[in-house]
Design a protein around this ligand. Structure first.
Ligand SMILES: C[S@@+](CC[C@H](N)C(=O)[O-])C[C@H]1O[C@@H](n2cnc3c(N)ncnc32)[C@H](O)[C@@H]1O
Length: 428
């Protein structure tokens, strides 16, 4: 017998509590969410509470910044159709690995076949080096490297073995398993400022055997989660791969709730943060792939320049903020930060406008957003977004502080006082 809706959600989150609603914290314990440590995720409990706060049960939920797929997983457990959009191809595969139906597959046998094939591969190290940036494999650059030769070869043998799976669903699932072990097997860790070498990295001795065990452990967790929740009736999901600024237009059916957490205007570059996965798993093969993804990603970073800023935006708070930023431009760590902030809100205006065009009469838009600050100039993100929203015929239902962003990776460790808010908008 199939189970559905809140009963399934409760069974999924039983014995789990969310210490911080807008972050991944605590999700290591939770089925599906534990598959990949996506630190910028919001909590399933936050999505559920927004769904429960709707006057009418939503029939179709949109998340235009899919990330690790939290919204889609919650929607499936609640029996609601979802559409997710994600620009990063690795994250899109992560999302789809969580939402796919595995009823037709014998996962343990498939895993055994991948492991057997991986053992048989003789990886060509020279070819692998050619495919990856020079910093990736020992001896690296300036005597630093991400992976020892043996670890890199073992990971590649798994990648090649996975690439031979004939079923795309299985390929994605095992790719997610391999993705989840990359950073732990590397000499770096990722924090809000990007990639950093671990303090004792020279002394670490990760072996090929460690890689194999970690892969097996990751696959084991996935199989356990899938089988444990196999009785949940899977609601329909749609995944749009690409830039949300364009992809939203392709949504065919009306949306009853749009919920998302966009990047924050904090110069955090998502393409950099997932660079190890994107290269090691073969999503990137030349540097131009990296540049192209940066250009399709919302403009919340200063890693690339953009041609035009477009017209002035209808927000007094933004205008004042940009004037203040311009006054302190010479003291900013990057002189292009004012343009980044301006572009960021241009992109947010596009997402709001496109989402509102898809929204049903009673539908709402819920956003988790965070403030930023440069040279003591506060970027009051909820205030600016509400002004932009009002200009396009939306009203603010509520804008409340979700918490101070103490441990959110989106905020890095720079400023522990910046607010993070849940903003809810609706049509007049
Ligand atoms: C804060 S994360 C979302 C986390 C998500 N709520 C979760 O729980 O996993 C923001 C996401 O927006 C994605 N993103 C950035 N620019 C995008 C664009 N132009 N189109 C679609 N997604 C984009 C990033 O790749 C990132 O995964």
């Amino acid at each position: 017998m199939l189970i559905q809706t809140s009963e399934a959600f409760d069974a999924w989150t039983k014995n789990w509590s969310s210490p911080a609603p807008t972050t991944y914290q605590g999700s290591d314990e939770l089925a599906f969410q534990r598959w990949f440590k996506f630190k910028e995720a919001f909590s399933p409990a936050l999505v559920r509470s927004v769904v429960d706060g709707q006057k009418k049960r939503p029939e179709h939920i949109l998340d235009c910044c899919g990330g690790s797929g939290t919204t889609g997983v919650v929607a499936q457990f609640m029996g609601i159709e979802s559409t997710l959009i994600e620009v990063n191809p690795f994250l899109a595969d992560l999302i789809e690995s969580k939402l796919a139906n595995y009823q037709h597959v014998d996962l343990p046998s498939e895993a055994a076949r991948v492991i057997r094939r991986a053992h048989q591969y003789k990886v060509d190290l020279a070819a692998l080096r050619k495919r990856l940036p020079p910093t990736f494999i020992e001896p690296g650059v300036n005597e630093r490297w991400l992976f020892s030769k043996n670890v890199a070869k073992t990971i590649e043998s798994y990648r090649l073995a996975i690439s031979e799976c004939s079923d795309e669903t299985i390929k994605r699932l095992f790719t997610t398993a391999l993705a989840s072990i990359l950073i732990p097997a590397s000499n770096v860790r990722i924090d809000g400022k990007g990639r950093r070498y671990r303090s004792n990295w020279e002394a670490r001795n990760i072996t090929s055997e460690n890689v194999r065990e970690a892969f097996l452990g990751a696959v084991g967790n996935m199989i356990e989660d899938i089988y444990r929740h196999a009785r949940v009736e899977r609601a329909k999901y749609n995944l749009l791969r690409g830039d949300a600024r364009e992809q939203i237009q392709h949504i065919k059916s009306e949306v009853s709730l749009a919920i998302f957490s966009p990047p924050y205007p904090n110069s955090f570059d998502y393409t950099d943060i997932y660079n190890v996965e994107l290269w090691m798993l073969g999503y990137f093969s030349v540097a131009a792939d990296n540049t192209a993804l940066r250009h399709s990603t919302l403009r919340s970073h200063v890693q690339c320049t953009w041609d035009s800023l477009g017209d002035a935006l209808p927000s007094k708070t933004l205008t004042r903020t940009l004037e203040k930023l311009d006054d302190v431009r010479n003291t900013l760590w990057n002189r292009r930060l004012p343009e980044m902030v301006r572009s960021y809100f241009g992109d947010m205006q596009t997402l709001l406008r496109e989402s509102s065009l898809k929204l049903s009469r009673e539908g709402q838009i819920a956003m988790v957003v965070g403030n930023s600050s440069y040279a003591n100039v506060l970027i009051d993100v909820p205030a600016i977004l509400c002004e932009l929203a009002h200009d396009m015929g939306l009203r603010t239902v509520s804008s409340k502080s979700a918490r101070a962003m103490r441990s959110s990776i989106q905020q890095g460790s720079a400023d522990k006082t910046l607010a993070e808010s849940l903003v809810i908008l609706a049509r007049y």
